[in-house]
Write a protein that binds this ligand. Structure first.
Ligand code: F6P
Length: 339
């Protein structure tokens, strides 16, 4: 990048995530440490179209590290996906003297970043979504906090399901991905987890795990469903009809998007915010910050958008193995010869 960076914009876009404020804070503070001015763009990309901004001093970002949500608000902007909207945004950047933008969000945010970078505005993206479904990064800000919220909620549900000897069916977010559901499922010892990456089969994925658990005397059951794999209400109804179990359904919904960010999210957001500004300060842009085996890496935006993250199915095997309470073979069911 030829032009020296003197002033940058920072925005949050898409579904909010705990840790976004920590990332905004890190961007502002790192910029100031490099004598770069920082302008907060409100409401995602639409803030550029509507000139909705505020100058960010160091004190503006005091006491936000531990707060969920985003002080810059967020929104999904249809107008920004049009060339006219993007051109309006570029003229705002020129008007404000913005040399670059740091965009914090998910894949929709990075599609906007690619578009505006093609019109000459340098951008660096920071992955922040509770879905953890960004291909260029092992981890996205907000995922750990959302997992902890789900785990605390499901632990509470387990108490009452145990008392009433019921089956709980819990629907978690994740859009089209099952990272949240599988990670949470293992962490709460779910009887079964349904994820979109493994086409659900009611008999294999619900009936059999419940029957196995019943074999060892379990009288309450916990089914975790990723929203992309089905509707918890439908699965609860099927359990009642086909297994005669008293099922209760909980859709955790947007509680997963709130709450104070966890230590992991605060630390990751701080490092990613710092890395984004340092990339710009050292002349690199049009990339997305990500983690690979614990190190921070920069991936060109177009390449990042083409990357897909597949779920580690061995985690599914862990879940199933840890559900086993009976030895596979017993005097009544002897192992075949040679086993
Ligand atoms: O992408 C984050 C996410 O929370 C998804 O898990 C969920 O499906 C979606 O956003 C909900 O979007 P909204 O907040 O617009 O209802």
């Amino acid at each position: 990048m030829e032009k020296e960076i003197r002033r940058i914009g920072v925005l949050t876009s898409g579904g909010d995530a705990p840790g976004m404020n920590a990332a905004v804070r890190a961007v502002v503070r790192t910029a100031i440490s490099k004598d770069i001015q920082c302008v907060g763009i409100r409401r995602g990309w639409s803030g550029l179209i509507n000139s909705d901004f505020t100058l960010m001093s160091g004190s503006e970002v005091s006491h936000i590290l531990s707060r969920g949500g985003t002080i810059l608000y967020t929104a999904r902007s249809e107008e920004f996906m049009t060339l006219e909207g993007q051109q309006k945004a570029v003229s705002t950047c020129k008007l404000l003297g913005l040399d670059a933008i740091v965009a914090i969000g998910g894949d929709g945010t990075f599609r906007g970043a690619l578009a505006i970078s093609r019109l000459g505005v340098p951008v660096v993206g920071i992955p922040a979504t509770i879905d953890n479904d960004i291909g260029c990064s092992n981890y996205t800000i907000g995922f750990d906090s959302a997992c902890n919220t789900c785990i605390q909620s499901i632990d509470k549900l387990r108490d009452t399901m145990q008392s009433h000897e019921r089956c709980s069916v819990v629907e978690v977010m994740g859009r089209d991905a099952g990272f949240l559901a599988l990670y949470v499922g293992i962490s709460v010892g779910a009887t079964a987890v349904l994820i979109p990456e493994r086409k659900p089969d009611f008999e294999r994925d619900v009936v059999r795990p419940i029957q196995n658990a019943r074999l060892t005397g379990n009288t309450h059951f916990m089914i975790v469903v990723a929203e992309g794999a089905g509707k918890a209400f439908h699965i609860g109804k099927q359990i009642k009809e086909e297994l005669g179990l008293d099922a209760r359904v909980t859709v955790l919904g947007h509680i997963q998007r709130g709450g104070a960010p966890s230590a992991r999210d605060r630390e990751m957001a701080s490092r990613m915010g710092y890395a984004a500004v340092m990339a710009l300060n050292e002349g690199r842009c049009n990339c997305v910050i990500g983690t690979r085996e614990g190190a921070l890496v920069e991936t060109p935006i177009e390449e990042a958008l083409a990357m897909k993250k597949s779920i580690q199915m061995e985690r599914y095997e862990v879940l199933e193995a840890l559900q086993n309470r009976l030895p596979r073979y017993s005097p009544l069911n002897p192992a075949p010869a040679g086993k």
